[in-house]
Design a binder for this molecule. Structure first.
Ligand code: C2E
Ligand code: CA
Ligand code: CA
Length: 743
């Protein structure tokens, strides 16, 4: 009977026709009459007790005069104690992400005596918090006098918590607790939209961990997860409240930095991030070392819309990775081309070996006291049929990314051993072994084979390894070191001090030599530069551990004197010789003269790059065209203006909103040497850029509509066609490639 009654109640498909009973007899319907107060009250009681909903009432001072008993049971205090309390004291408001709800809080609505519906409130009366939704309506007497509120409430804890968890999952990365891609995209969009109107700037950093995959592979996924968490913590510590950090997935992170456009500051921040991320991690007993590359783009210069800015930061990241790891890079327009170039190089590199385009060159390493050559470092050279020579600094990282490094490294090892076998008996050859090669099981076999087929003694082969091999599983690394040592080859730690420096493994690993990176040699002779002290420290450390030291990249006489004074045992650098082909090595060694004479400038000058780039030169209110011949942090050489007096102030327009104020220091015919008022800063790789840029908004104000600016193309307005103004002061000459002729 009960079931039948239920079915009848819901009027389901199988329900009996209304008024019909199972035995077919008619039963009269008994509606509850509106006047039947007692039955209606009973209905309400049942409703209240059933937990479907509750009632509450307040008096004209908003004190509670009624609350359904089942609702009151949520509170730790008795029903009697609740009565008389202000309604708003029972709840805290819970708006979650709903910013609009925060605008009109409950106490405000109540004091305004307005009706409210479905406000979510938190009942925090000790124990687990509960969430209710409450509605209320002011209640008046016949004369419109306010008597209090009458309202309902309902427990929605389960729904609320489910929704809150969903929201969290939709916005945050469960592993690290950082914002996820979805939230970062929304934040970036919101910030850029607001900033567009306010003409404010916003920087975007893209990070990608170097060699994270190796940690995951060797130590397992739980360790990889732990590593990501620690990376997130380090990032939070560095970035702090200045920005918002997100994990986009995998080992990709993003940082939004509102109101920052100083590329000097951004470069420093990126550098700090790289340093911090590169410190060793402790993962459940294992040690791991990874690195990171950082790409930086700044709105509005490098993109106004979120997707453009992200694309720019991505390209910058790609370039940072391409330039070797552990670097940062600012976006610039030429990166678009270089990304394409990189793909093409990778393509061609696949065939370079079989086409015989690769060669090994050898750079002498000389004794710092006698200048007698002790050995040579084998360096790979690629003569590209169309592009000409391509630097290994460019193609080796590409080879590492595409796994081609294994084949290239194998070839280099065999070739170097074969060539070295033809040198005098005590001369060593140093071969670079990339971290990837180091982690392949076949390396010891390759070394043994190369030695056997060339007949080179193991002691004459030195493997140059960088600090990056110390990441991942320490046991595997140690085993590899042991195998190589057993063969009898020498081991050198290359580029010491640049990346993953930690002194711990120096003591453990069986190195015969430390190579002091050229970045320490460069600038070591300048005043107030700490590099000289660092060189001294590395040398004494090596002495203590009974290792040799090679100072790399010595170019100038003052550098030579300094590294000698600091005690480096060996020297390698352009001051003695660049890397040369095997024929030249044999020629040099043939007459038995193993001594190299130093040959280089007296002093190391601020590094200048030779360039040929068209730029704008602004003087007073005239804009000229000139060619940038070389560029350093502190100055440049320009060509194209005739007889500009020394002392003239100019503005160089380097493109993309980069204006550099400078003064002419030297001047001859159409060539001027200028000094910048504010030194340029590094773009993270080999480039230089200005700290600040002229915003595209300023350009727009100068007559260039914003909408017409394609993303990232903020060249200065081209006024070539404009008529020269009266105060044009200098003759502009046309500069051809290589030569400077008057037009
Ligand atoms: P690296 O191992 O640090 O090699 C030293 C680099 O410094 C060489 O650049 C060398 O030409 C350059 N160098 C030497 N003396 C001076 C100097 O006085 N001034 C300056 N400015 N540079 C100097 P290179 O040949 O362009 O090689 C670049 C990098 O490419 C190497 O750095 C190494 O990491 C990688 N590489 C080159 N050949 C091989 C190879 O066969 N296998 C692997 N895995 N990597 C290689
Ligand atoms: Ca090397
Ligand atoms: Ca090196």
């Amino acid at each position: 009977m009960a079931v039948r009654g239920f079915l009848r109640g819901i009027g389901g498909k199988n329900a009996m026709p209304q008024g019909a009973s199972a035995d077919g007899s008619e039963r009269p319907l008994k509606p509850i009459a509106m006047g039947d107060g007692a039955t209606r009250l009973q209905l309400l009681d049942e409703f209240e007790a059933g937990g479907i909903g509750w009632f509450w009432a307040t008096d004209d001072q908003n004190r509670l005069i009624y609350l359904s008993p089942a609702a009151a049971a949520n509170f730790q205090v008795s029903h009697e104690e609740l009565i008389g309390r202000p309604l708003t004291s029972l709840f805290t408001l819970e708006n979650g992400e709903d910013e609009e709800a925060a605008e009109r809080p409950l106490p405000f609505l109540i004091s305004a005596r307005t009706k409210f519906a479905n406000m979510t409130v938190k009942v925090d009366a000790g124990g687990d918090p509960r969430w209710w939704t409450i509605s209320g309506k002011p209640y008046q007497d016949a004369n419109g006098v306010f008597l209090g509120y009458r309202g309902g409430a309902k427990d929605i804890t389960a729904d609320f918590e489910r929704q809150r968890d969903n929201t969290r999952a939709a916005h945050f990365d469960s592993l690290t607790g950082l914002a996820n891609r979805n939230r970062m995209t929304r934040r970036l969009t919101a910030i850029l939209t607001a900033y567009k109107a306010a003409k404010r700037s916003c920087a975007l950093l893209m990070l990608d961990l170097d060699r994270f995959k190796a940690v995951n592979d060797t130590l397992g996924h739980p360790a990889g997860d732990e590593l990501l968490k620690q990376v997130a913590q380090r990032l939070e510590r560095i970035v702090g409240p200045k920005g918002e950090i997100g994990r986009l997935g995998g080992d990709e992170f993003q940082v939004i930095l509102p109101d920052i456009d100083d590329r000097g500051d951004l470069g420093e921040l990126a550098h700090r991030i790289i340093q911090m991320i590169s410190q060793p991690y402790s993962l459940d007993g294992s040690r791991a070392i990874i690195g990171t590359s950082v790409g930086i783009a700044v709105a509005p210069y490098d993109g106004i819309e979120p997707s453009d800015l992200v694309k720019s930061a991505d390209l910058a990241l790609y370039a940072a990775k391409g330039g070797g790891r552990g670097q940062y890079r600012f976006y610039s327009n030429d990166l678009k081309d270089s990304a394409q170039q990189r793909r093409e190089i990778e393509e061609d590199l696949r065939d370079a070996l079989s086409r015989g385009e690769l060669r090994m060159y050898y750079q002498p390493v000389v004794c710092s006291q006698t200048h007698k050559v002790k050995g040579f470092e084998a360096l790979m050279r690629w003569e590209h049929p169309e592009r000409g020579p391509i630097s290994p600094a460019v193609f080796i990282p590409i080879a590492e990314d595409s796994n081609l490094i294994i084949a290239l490294g194998e070839w280099a090892m065999r070739q170097a051993c074969e060539d070295a076998a033809k040198w005098p008996a005590d001369m060593t050859v140093s071969v670079n072994v990339s971290a990837q090669q180091f982690s392949t099981d076949s390396l010891p076999a390759l070394v043994t084979n190369a030695l056997a087929s060339s007949g080179l003694k193991p002691r004459r082969l030195e493997l140059e390894i960088t600090e990056s091999v110390f990441m991942g599983d320490a046991a595997t690394t140690d085993a590899m070191f042991a195998k190589l040592k057993k063969i009898g080859v020498r081991l050198a730690l290359d580029d010491f001090g640049t990346g993953y420096s930690s002194l711990g493994y120096l003591r453990k690993a069986p190195f015969d030599k430390i190579k002091i990176d050229q970045s320490f040699v460069r600038g070591s002779t300048e005043d107030d530069n700490s590099n000289s002290a660092i060189i001294a420290a590395i040398v004494s450390l090596a002495d203590a551990l009974d290792m040799e030291t090679t100072a790399e990249g010595v170019e100038a006489m003052d550098e030579l004197a300094l590294v000698k004074k600091r005690g480096a045992t060996l020297i390698q650098g352009f001051i003695f010789s660049r890397a040369v082909p095997q024929e030249e090595v044999l020629e040099k060694l043939a007459d038995g003269n193993f001594v190299y004479e130093p040959n280089g400038p007296e002093k190391q000058r601020s590094q200048r790059r030779t360039l040929f780039r068209r730029i704008g030169v602004i003087h007073e209110d005239h804009r000229y065209e000139a060619v940038l011949r070389n560029l350093s942090r502190t100055g440049a050489m320009i060509e194209g203006l005739l007889e500009v007096p020394v002392g003239t102030d100019l503005v160089l327009d380097l493109g993309e909103g980069q204006l550099a104020i400078c003064r002419v220091r030297r001047s001859q015919d159409a060539t001027q040497g200028v000094e910048f008022e504010t030194p340029l800063i590094s773009d993270g790789a080999d480039g230089l850029c200005t700290r600040h840029r002229i915003s595209p908004y300023a350009l727009a104000a100068a007559g260039m509509p914003l909408a017409a600016l394609p993303p990232g193309h903020y060249a200065m307005p081209d006024r070539r066609g404009a008529r020269p103004t009266d105060n044009r002061r200098f003759m502009q000459v046309d500069v051809g490639m290589g030569a400077s002729r008057a037009a």
